[in-house]
Design a protein around this ligand. Structure first.
Ligand SMILES: [Zn+2]
Length: 125
């Protein structure tokens, strides 16, 4: 079955696919990971895992798989003292995810999977 990136599609293609699709939303964070890793590690991984899983599952999926752009910011207040972190409060994080799900539904999506790449997002997800 088809794998489509939301941001590479137009509204007509999405309107055609979304009612039957499984929408995959990678959720990450931009935060310090010590001196050895980039601050985008959590969203890089969430996006990469989502894409690899979608393309791997495409052969067996009865539904189109639609990948959204990643949420690059997460609930990372516990990393703020170390520097290099851009964080949302847990309440804002939850509101962002609800708004994105609401938006996807308004475009016709009925199934959404959050692919979380950051432990601090677990509650919001
Ligand atoms: Zn993290």
């Amino acid at each position: 079955m088809t794998v489509v990136r939301w941001h590479e599609s137009n509204r007509e293609r999405l309107a055609e696919l979304l009612p039957e699709a499984l929408v995959l939303l990678p959720v990450g964070a931009t935060e310090q990971h010590g001196p050895h890793l980039a601050t985008g590690t959590d969203w890089f991984l969430a996006q990469s895992i989502t894409e690899r899983a979608a393309f791997d599952a495409a052969q067996r999926s009865a539904r189109p798989l639609v990948i959204t752009p990643p949420v690059a910011f997460g609930a990372s207040d516990h990393h703020l003292p170390f520097g290099g972190t851009l964080s949302l409060t847990a309440e804002t994080m939850q509101a962002v995810l609800i708004d994105l799900a609401r938006s996807a539904a308004a475009s016709g999506a009925q199934r959404l999977v959050l692919v979380n790449g950051h432990g601090g997002n677990s509650g919001a997800c």
